[in-house]
Design a protein around this ligand. Structure first.
Ligand code: ZN
Length: 338
């Protein structure tokens, strides 16, 4: 037993030393688009106050939100079209927002697929994020959601998702704003996400003045949350649910790709999921003076900090003249058993 421990220790030490010769890994996708944390604001049920107040206040501050609409209850379509055109995300929040127990067999096609089509027709854009009414799901619903969305918002769970956490793309948790919660608490939610380097998703229904929105929050509280986010914008990536979700999901896909050494080139190849947004750009650090990174025939130019913008759509990345080889990268391999 003692002998085994010693061998294990030696193996670990060897790995540490090998890793140290390159410092950290010579390449890394930066979490949260290079920010320390991320926040998404989501708004449910297509409340008119979202058009009249939530969006104008976001626009004033250059922020984007995600609006989960009920496709069978679409009022003011021209206004929603305009919001989508301006860069706010329209998400799918079912056809008629019923409890799970009220649906019969086969209803989920209409609830998820037909509602997606209707919303896409209205916005002229892909609608690839889903939010479960009442946070309720079963296996049948989840299967249809999987076919129509690359990410879905649930309710409860781990409210601060860190880059390395395992994630259930079919049930991303969110924190729900309620009338009884004061501004300081929301500010703490933001600050906690920042302190822990994670992504938090907020869910807002009603805001003061709403005709029918659930648990409306005072207007001052709402604008206070936005102002707090603006204050922290150098450290926090504030973007739509789908944008941050797509970045993180693409990062997770790329992180498990094992690069291959082919002559002097190091190549990554990955598969983009069938249901996924286009245009996702990952920020990647690739170390080594004089390296040449390319995607297909496209040569990539690094920023002054040595960061590269990687197109996830391209599905490949090649690095030439690296001062390290794939065979050097032992640090991420689990130690072999003694
Ligand atoms: Zn709802």
């Amino acid at each position: 037993m003692k002998q085994l421990k010693t061998l294990g220790f030696t193996a670990s030490l060897f790995l540490i030393l090998t890793a140290q010769s390159w410092g950290a890994s010579p390449f890394q996708v930066l979490p949260w688009n290079g920010s320390k944390a991320a926040i998404s604001l989501t708004f449910d049920d297509g409340d008119p106050i979202h058009l009249d107040l939530a969006i104008p206040e976001l626009d004033k501050r250059g922020l984007k939100g995600t609006f989960f609409l009920i496709a069978g209850k679409l009022d003011r379509q021209a206004d929603w079209q305009k919001a989508a055109k301006e860069g706010h995300e329209i998400g799918n929040h079912s056809w008629d927002h019923k409890h799970l127990s009220e649906y019969g067999a086969g209803d989920f096609q209409k609830e998820v697929a037909a509602s997606r089509q209707t919303l896409e027709k209205m916005t002229g854009k892909p609608v690839l994020a889903y939010a479960y009414p009442f946070f309720e799901k079963n296996a049948e619903l989840e299967t249809v959601v999987d076919q129509n969305a690359f990410i879905a918002r649930g309710g409860y769970g781990n409210f601060i998702m860190k880059p390395d956490n395992d994630v259930d793309w079919d049930f991303i948790p969110c924190r729900t704003a309620m009338t009884s919660v004061d501004l300081e608490t929301y500010q703490q939610w933001v600050d906690l996400a920042l302190a822990q380097g994670g992504w938090s998703v907020f869910l807002i229904h009603g805001i003061e003045g709403t005709p029918w929105g659930f648990s409306p929050i005072p207007k001052k509280t709402y604008t206070g949350i936005l102002d707090h986010l603006v204050l922290k914008k150098k450290e926090i990536w504030v973007a739509s649910f789908g944008e941050i979700g797509a970045y993180w999901k693409a990062q997770k896909i790329l992180e498990v790709v094992k690069p291959k050494q082919i002559g002097a080139a190091i190549n990554w190849v990955w598969q983009k999921p069938a249901i996924f947004p286009t245009g996702v750009i990952l920020k990647m650090r690739i170390d080594g003076a004089g390296i040449q990174a390319s995607q297909g025939k496209q040569l990539l130019t690094p920023t002054t900090e040595g960061l590269y913008s990687i197109s996830f759509d391209a599905g490949n990345l090649s690095v030439q003249n690296a001062p390290w080889k794939v065979s050097d990268l032992t640090s991420d391999l689990p130690p072999s058993p003694p």
